[in-house]
Design a protein around this ligand. Sequence first.
Ligand code: FAD
Length: 478
Amino acid sequence: EVVVVWFRQDLRLQDHKALHYAIKDAKQNNRSIIGVFHIHPALNETFTIRHDYFFSTLASFTEDAKEINLPIHFLHGDTEQAFRNLLSTIPSIQAVYFNLDEVGFGRQRDDHITVWLEEQEVNVHRFVDAHIHGAEEVKKPDGGFYQVFTPYYRRWSSFDKPSLYTIDKQKLQQYGQDNTDQFSRGKEQFQQLLNQCQKDWNHIGERSAVQRLSHFLRHKVKKYEQERDFPAKHATSMISPYLKNGVLSPRTVYQKAMEIQNEYGESKGLETFVSEIAWRDFYNMVHYLYPNFKKEEVQSKYQGLDWNEDEELFDTWKKGETGFPIVDAAMKQINEIGWMHNRLRMVVASFLTKDYLIDWRKGERYFADHLIDYDPSSNIGGWQWAASTGTDAVPYFRVFNPTRQSERFDPDGEFIKAYIPELTHVPKKYIHEPSKMTEAEQERYGCIIGKDYPKPTVNHKTMRKQAIAMFENNEPSL
Ligand code: FAD
């Protein structure tokens, strides 16, 4: 008899609920274990940097799993077809274990396949694993859902935190089973996807993830509170790509943070860091509550806003050619490395929606194609927050001023210069608004505005007024 562990965005061999319980089952019932990964046809439709990162991670995971006698079997075709093929190839399968997607397309797929597998008399064991507290867990005392982060977080903090689901690798050595030669078509498809990967990622996989987290907790978390908003300081953990692909579990992040707290004592930095992990849970809960989160403004009074359809303007944002250095440097960061600092995500999202009046959904899609840590719930949450349309959003009349943000969070222009070499010699006085340089200064500092670096595409003061009017005009009147 065989039990299956279906891996998806939980590519790790530590603290993994589904794997933990599958091993228990194998031990109790003397069954073998196989690991599967399903290549859904949608994965063949587009190939972005996110896919490059994901499949490179999957390749590294497959190697690690093989080492402990858990070969990964690649399934292909639509979900039902993939599992039908699996069951007919290995008829002795008794149970399928997996960590559930709580929201979006993944949730629909998981619910559908659960019913189908049970109809085939296969037991399904599914777990809420991707968050410290799942979408249904943190509720008001009256059973309602929270809409605002601060009270949610207060309650979140009051709950006991799960400990780690340890994996006995010795046991796996004993129970793992290799039938991979019978799944050659899936393997070929995986190889084709791998052939499309072009980037040479240096810090991929579980070992790197744990190292990065430990380094951050030991050396940086103390200053996190003061420094996290300054992109040039590299003061955040950069663990988001690992959390996104489940290379690192949020429980591990929490428990390791607590170990550091026990060793070095409490700190404001550590406390703030833990609250950021809770934001991830919060947006998962909001997405669960609003299944249309991706398509529709949570606040119905802001549905149908009169967004600007100017594609040329949108292009200048995408390429980082808006003439606002902090926005442009941030967009060059995402375009170059597939990641962007949190403060800058807020700045560019505010800029697109309030200075360009371009629909947040377009920005959300652009991030989806360019972030290696793309997480629908956090991304939509971030965009709806910036666009003032979400549950817990910045009010529409408080519009970020991109120049003031730049002066505050990149005072010396260090981050700007790292991504815009044309501004290298521009002095601090002008780095946030290079168009203020006289012609002579432009010559002196080797940056001609309109040639080496663009003029500002819009006037912030004017656009701020237009943004406020756009929201006010949409509010229902008596
Ligand atoms: P740290 O500051 O070290 O935080 C640790 C972890 O906490 C992060 O890895 C992340 O998992 C979580 N976290 C931190 N801030 C937030 C937040 N505001 N919301 C939810 N979780 C948070 N995060 C994503 O993981 N994927 C996205 O697609 C995404 N899109 C965003 C879009 C916009 C417009 C905005 C404003 C924010 C978005 N975020 C997203 C949240 C945040 O910007 C990133 O999680 C963070 O920058 C990742 O860097 P880090 O790991 O160094 O973060």
